[in-house]
Structures are given as C-alpha cells and as structure tokens.
Design a protein around this ligand. Structure first.
Ligand code: C2E
Ligand code: MG
Ligand code: MG
Length: 572
C-alpha cells in the first residue's frame, strides 16, 4: 500500500531511526515514533494510522503485546510485531492478539515491505467482508421483522414491542393503549383497480399513520389493510379517544395512487392495558373485537373494548368539538361570587367564574369542561375571553360609578406557560382600558414549582402593571415557605376542603389556623373559600381570617344579580 501511514512503537532510538529511514525510502509515511503505551494511544487517537509496527520487548511494565492488546480494545488498527527474541512463549502470546504479521530480527527490509503490503491487503479484505456480513445480518433482520411493502414493523416485531411496553408499564404502573385500525372498503379498491393500486394506497396510509403519531409510538402492519398503533405511557384513557377521533378525521383528505385519488375511512378498535388484558394476545384480540363493533356501528368511528369506556371517551370528544364553537357562538358567560369582609359584611370584591350555556345540556359547570380545555389547549382562547370579559365589565361598571372592589380571574397553567402570556395581558388591558389595580389573578401552587424562574419574572411584570396575585386552593399543592417568600404574591385563598368540615374536624381547624398564621407572618392577605355556615364564619373571625367567599354569603351570581347584591351590601 503506497504511502500507508505508519506508527512505530520502539524504544531503541537507533533501531527506530533506521526503520523510519528505510520505510520512508520505500514510500511509506512514518507518522511518529513512540516508546510507551500512552503516547501510542494518543497518536492513534490523533490521526489516521494505517498500521503500527510494534517492537515486543520494551523498557517498562508493559511490553509490545500488552500495548497491542490495549490498542485493539479501543481501535481497529492493524499491527505487525518485530522482535529479536525468538521464544515460543512470546509467539503464543502474540498470536492471540491477531497481528497481521510477526517478524524476527534481524530481517531484511524487503521482507518487512512485503509483509506490510500483503498484510494490509488482507486486512482491507477482511474489513470489507465484515462490513458486508453486518449489512447482510441487518437486512435479514429488517426482512424478518418488517413488512416488505410498507417497511412498517410486522406482526412479530409488533408483538415483541407490545411485550416490551407491557413490561415497562407494569414496572412504572402506567397504562397502554392499543389501536386496531382497519380501512373501510379497502377490498373494493383492490378488486376494482388491482393490487398495484392497492399496494400504493397501503404505502401512503403507512406514511400517513407515521406522520400522525409520536415518534415513540409503534405503528405496525399486521397484514392486509390492518394496522396497529401502540401508545405508551397513557395518562388518561379519554385522551386516546381524542387521539382516535383525530386519526379518523385525518383521513378526510384523499389518498393518491398515481393519477387516481381515493377517499378512505377507518374504523378503530381500542383496548387498554391493564384494563382489557395483560398480555399481547388478549389485548390484540380485544382491540380487534372493538374494531368489529366500530364497523358495525356504521364505520368511520372508534370503539373501546368496553362499551362504558367508549361512552365516556365519546362524551369527551363531543365536548371538545362543542367547545370549539362555544366561543364563536357566545355560549360562555361569567358569574360573579361576592367576597365579603366578615366583620362589616361589606363586599370587598368578587371572583369571576365561567359558565357554559350549552344549547342542549343547559348550564355546564366549569369542572366538566375546563380540564378538557386544558388538555386540548382550548383554554388559551377561553382564558383570554374570561379576562377580556371581566375587564370589559369592570371598565363599564366604573363608568357607571359602580365599584365592586377587586375582581379576581382564574388563570390556568397552560395559559401562563405560553411565551407571549404577559403580552396577551397587556393587549387586553389596552383594548378594554381597564384599571389593573382592580384586578386579581388567581394561580395555583403547582404553577410556581413548574418553572420558578420564569414564573417569578412574569408575576413581577404583572405586579408592576398593577395586578394583585392570589394563590388559589392553597394548601392542596406542594409549595413550601421558601417558595412563597420568593414570589410576589398578595393573597392566599384557603382551599374549601379545609373549611368544609369545620368545626367538627380538628385537623382541618389546625391546617386553617396554620395557613392564617403563615399568611400573617409573610404579610399576605388571606381569604377563606367555601364558607357555608355561621360556625365556619365564627371560627375564621376568631382566628384572624377576615375575608370569606362562599354559599353562606352568596352563590356565584349572573351579572345583574351580582350588581343587585352589591347595591344591597354596599357601605353607605
Ligand atoms: P375555584 O377557582 O376554586 O372556584 C371556586 C369554586 O368553589 C367555584 O366553583 C364556586 O362555585 C365554588 N364555591 C364557592 N363557594 C362555595 C361553597 O360555599 N361551597 C361549595 N361547595 N362550593 C363553593 P365553580 O364555579 O364550579 O368552579 C370550579 C373551578 O373551575 C374553579 O375553582 C376554577 O378552578 C375553575 N374555573 C372556574 N372559572 C374559571 C375560569 O374562568 N378560568 C379557569 N382557568 N378556571 C376556572
Ligand atoms: Mg378560583
Ligand atoms: Mg379555589
């Protein structure tokens, strides 16, 4: 090999120089001469070395064979041994390290030159064979585990992956969703247009499914027009219904095969681990059975294995799609729940609470749709509407000389984690010309922990604008004293679960007292939520919490009723 780059490991400087000279004369490039393991490794790491010529007997603890062993553990570089010691023991040791040659001194340079050329040729050939073998093995694996038409995992690999997912889920105590997807009327395409067209469609469907799932989800083709998707780490089974519905909707666009275009529909059956089965065979059978029910239900829909799950998931998908029009159709309204000074009975403010006037179901309480809107992201638009509406009302009331005190608005975590959150609030203020000093924003404890630096900065910006900040449902989260001190907060709202069983429950009494003491030591205001009776009011008064909100005073009221309440309870 002309110009091969050679590293010499030799501790006799005279021999090294002689060798270097004769190699250079013969057209080799001697990269360096080293005499110990460390330098040898460094040279190999630093540059492309084609061959190492190693003198076996070296000064020091390690001989050339030891160093060669070390090198081959990290690098794939061929080497030749040179030695003046003709011992059987050395030869046996050397052989085990698989050198390309072994040469006894004194040798003629012609011999060495021949061994280098022949050795490197053979080495290159071996390397190529190894690469080809590895590729052939990989091809074989791909062939054995993937569907040749779509390149998706085949049934065997799918079962294997599902087993793995089940093991993981069992250990982590999580859930898995298995979707069984069947194309509706695919057989007709095959029969009318031939298998070539059918195959093209299956390939497009495979790509489509891959695009509409997360990278970690396994999409597989079981055969024919049947596909499966494994969804790991499912946090809420209803989400899988939403996912299934999205998948069905995504089939709304036509699939093409050459110049032909086809509209396809899918029916999806869903089984859940561990509810519907704890092994691959059962989960698959149950997802398959659910898919047949989906077909029987008129196709283009999804079914869970158990009817009850289907119903719940569909109700949720339903709410999600109805929520999409609720804003446009102005189906939301705000109610206002007065907040009261316990001692004077005066209204000191109100909490704005959203209500949904559903065209068929009537008034839907927020707990039935806010969590869904949070999951789907619709809360961002809904939350903006709440803020805008509260600000508009407040500005209007002020124009009319009505001063209800501070109006508080609930913010959800998803809203605040948007990058442009504070800008959104500024826009609303600008648009409605509302005075932020009359507004309080309620956030939850978990929000403070999620991204403390950013939240602290944003809360400070909101405070600088004039808003007050309250921690809602206080006591149910995880915030520590340290956290509370760190953030610019004005008020704690004692969660109503701690008020509910007062005066009977002494634990709740102790917790409420602790929260009141905490707020006083941190110089924060404190208000109790969910006050329903006189005993609770007395307890709060005795313990120094002088603000309350709850049915004892008033339920959340529609705007006009709230204004009437305000008039009846104003200070004059
Ligand atoms: P929250 O912010 O803790 O609101 C207080 C809830 O307690 C309200 O329920 C209110 O009607 C209820 N409540 C008030 N006094 C009493 C009482 O004496 N006894 C009992 N049992 N309940 C009382 P609501 O209106 O159903 O709201 C529930 C939750 O929905 C709210 O809890 C809040 O987390 C969320 N929510 C409501 N409106 C909005 C909104 O505009 N945006 C966001 N992001 N969340 C909202
Ligand atoms: Mg609240
Ligand atoms: Mg609350």
């Amino acid at each position: 090999m002309e110009g091969a780059r050679i590293l010499i490991l030799e501790d006799d400087p005279f021999e090294a120089e002689e060798l270097q000279l004769s190699l250079t004369e013969r057209g080799y490039h001697v990269v360096s001469v080293v005499d110990n393991a460390k330098d040898c490794m460094e040279q190999i790491r630093g540059g492309e070395i084609d061959l190492i010529i190693i003198d076996i007997v070296l000064e020091g603890d390690l001989d050339g064979i030891d160093i060669a062993e070390m090198v081959s553990r990290f690098y794939n570089t061929p080497f030749i041994y040179l030695t003046a010691h003709d011992s059987d023991e050395l030869l046996t040791r050397a052989e085990k390290t698989r050198p390309v040659a072994y040469l006894l001194k004194p040798y003629r340079i012609k011999e060495l030159d021949f061994l280098i050329r022949a050795g490197l040729e053979r080495w290159k050939l071996e390397q190529r064979l190894q690469r080809e073998k590895a590729k052939a093995e990989a091809d074989l694996w791909q062939l054995a585990t993937h569907d040749p038409l779509t390149q998706l995992p085949n049934r065997d690999l799918f079962i294997n992956r599902l087993e793995r997912s089940i093991r993981k889920a069992r250990r982590a105590n999580t859930h898995i969703g298995l979707l069984f997807i069947d194309l509706d009327h695919f057989k007709e395409i095959n029969d009318s247009f031939g298998h070539f067209v059918g195959d093209q469609i299956l390939q497009s469907v495979a790509r489509h499914l891959e695009e509409h799932t997360r990278a970690d989800d396994t999409v597989a083709r079981l055969g024919g027009d049947e596909f499966t998707v494994i969804i790991d780490e499912l946090d809420d089974f209803q989400n899988i219904g939403i996912f299934g519905q999205k998948l069905i909707d995504s089939f709304n666009k036509p699939f093409s095969a050459g110049k032909l275009q086809f509209t396809l529909n899918t029916s999806i059956g869903i089984s859940l681990y561990p509810e519907d089965g704890t092994n691959p065979a059962t989960l698959l059978r149950n997802a398959d059975a659910a898919m047949y029910r989906a077909k029987a239900e008129g196709r283009s829909n999804f079914q869970f294995y158990t009817a009850d799950m289907t119903e719940r998931a569909k109700a949720r998908v339903h709410i999600e799609s109805e929520l999409r029009v609720a804003l446009e159709e102005k189906q939301f309204v705000l109610h206002f729940q007065p907040q009261i000074n316990i001692e004077t009975n005066q209204v000191i403010g109100a909490e704005a609470l959203i209500r949904w006037h559903h065209p068929e179901k009537g008034l839907v309480p927020p707990l039935e749709f806010i969590p869904i809107a949070e999951k789907t992201g619709q809360i961002v638009a809904i939350g903006k509407w709440v803020l805008e509406t509260a600000c508009t009302k407040l500005a209007l009331w002020q124009q009319q000389g009505i001063y209800p005190g501070k109006i508080s608005v609930n913010l959800s975590q998803r809203q605040i984690s948007r990058p442009a959150f504070v800008d959104m609030i500024r826009d609303v203020l600008q648009k409605t010309q509302c005075d932020p000093n009359c507004l309080e924003l309620e956030i939850t404890e978990s929000l403070l922990i999620s991204n403390p630096e950013r939240i602290e900065r944003e809360l400070q910006e909101l405070r600088d604008l004039g808003f007050s900040i309250a921690i809602d449902d206080f006591g149910t989260g995880y915030s520590s004293l340290g956290y509370l001190k760190k953030f610019p907060i004005n008020r704690l709202k004692i969660d109503r679960t701690f008020i509910r069983d007062i005066p009977e429950d002494s634990n709740d009494q102790a917790i409420s007292r602790a929260i009141i003491a905490l707020s006083s030591s941190l110089d924060l205001e404190v208000i109790a939520e969910g006050v329903e009776n006189d005993a609770q009011k007395q307890f709060l008064r005795e313990n120094g919490c002088l603000m309350a909100q709850g049915f004892y005073y008033s339920k959340p009221l529609p705007e006009q009723e709230f204004l009437k309440y305000l008039e009846e309870h104003s200070s004059e």
